[in-house]
Design a protein around this ligand. Sequence first.
Ligand SMILES: [Zn+2]
Length: 74
Amino acid sequence: MKKLTSLIALVALITLTSFISLSSAEGKPNETKSIESTSVACTHGQCTAIAASTGKTCKHCVSNEGDLYCWQHK
Ligand SMILES: [Zn+2]
């Protein structure tokens, strides 16, 4: 009988431990990786024009979906 009691206690302990670890894991804020990169994160895409000042691709975002150029390069 003593063996059974200790067995129940052991099972209860394991269940409790796993429950605590589970709930603490759920409590953590989700580390969702941001889609935003260090470069440009545009809703409709980035301007494909070459900026005259820098000679590199324009960093502006296009204002409408399907547009290739920003308002400056239209
Ligand atoms: Zn542009």
